[in-house]
Design a protein around this ligand. Structure first.
Ligand code: SAM
Ligand code: GLN
Length: 287
């Protein structure tokens, strides 16, 4: 008689099925099984010999099939860790990316912990950037905005699960969401994929409004940079995540709008992905 396949065996089979569609098939299989069994991932290793069958196996198989269809693991488990914060995510928000943590790191390096500051996160999605900054800088007052009401619901839920009270949420398109006041730091990871970029196919399960804002890919940057000087304090910082190959165009748009101290920062794979710039009030034309 054949033995019922155990946890180890099912993980091996599932990793094989995810080989074609995932960069980390074994990890994804473990995360999904740990989710189904409501145990930490480490328990799968220590209980590798335990049988897996019945409704739990059926649920695991269902999630593996969804994953093979391209649904992000984070949507299947409903959570994603960002900056060590467990965030609830649904298909209404972009799954926060590791490279966005580098944007947070660059901002924190310029935001002393003992100083009150105002921070505006445009297009906050799950709230990832706003919440990471709010958690690291209790003296900062952070506002996260989004055009999507559903995304703001997720962000607000994340703030309350994390017990963060120095962050608020506003709905609207870019600066329309906030009152005419000035912020020390404006940060954004806006949609920057060109609307006909074939890369969008692999991202089809995430909201299009989070990924694309026009045919060129830099339309959101143009909108944000045009108005940012009206919302930044003197010497205020604008911090933007962008796509591969967009740095020269972005730097030109920033320069044309009077930004200075423009610096480009690489991600861990060596691609320029973040741009920082300061606005000096003296270069703003009187209106
Ligand atoms: N900040 C989150 C992160 O880094 O994970 C989400 C970034 S996602 C790439 C871009 C976000 O911008 C989405 O949540 C989308 O809804 C929002 N968005 C798109 N167009 C917008 C607009 N015109 N005004 C404000 N937010 C917008
Ligand atoms: N980083 C996303 C990608 O996978 C794009 C997110 C965005 O448009 N800001 O390409």
């Amino acid at each position: 008689m054949m033995n019922t396949p155990n946890i180890s065996e099912h993980l091996r089979l599932a990793s094989g099925r995810l080989q074609q569609c995932s960069e980390s098939p074994r990890l994804d299989a473990e995360v999904l099984l740990a989710h189904v069994l409501s145990v930490p991932r480490s328990a799968l290793i220590t209980n590798g010999d335990a049988p897996l069958e019945g409704p739990l196996l059926a649920e695991f198989e269902r999630l593996i099939a969804e994953c093979q269809r391209g649904v992000p693991v984070a949507y299947l488990t409903g959570t994603r860790e960002f900056w060590s914060l467990p965030l609830h995510v649904t298909p209404d928000v972009l799954v926060p990316r590791p490279e966005t943590e580098e944007l947070v790191e660059l901002i924190l390096a310029r935001l002393p912990a003992d100083r009150a500051a105002s921070v505006l996160d445009l297009g906050t999605g799950s709230g990832a950037i706003a919440l990471a900054i709010a958690s690291e800088r209790p003296l900062a007052r952070v506002i996260g905005t989004d055009v999507s009401a559903a995304a703001l619901d997720i962000a607000a839920g994340n703030a309350s699960s994390l017990g963060l009270t120095n962050v608020e949420w506003r709905r609207g398109s870019w600066f329309d969401a906030v009152a005419q006041q000035r912020y020390d730091i404006i940060v954004s990871n806006p949609p920057y994929v060109a609307s006909r970029d074939p890369a969008l196919k692999a991202l089809r399960n995430e909201p299009l409004v989070a990924l694309a804002s026009g045919p060129m890919g830099w339309e959101a940057f143009v909108a944000i940079i045009a108005s940012a000087p009206l919302f930044l304090t003197n010497h205020g910082l604008l911090a933007l995540e962008h796509g591969m190959g967009q740095a020269p165009a972005l730097a030109a748009i920033l320069r044309a709008r009077g930004f200075r101290d423009i610096s480009s920062h690489h991600d861990r794979s060596g691609h320029a992905r973040v741009m920082l710039a300061n606005f000096h009030a003296s270069t703003e034309e009187p209106s």
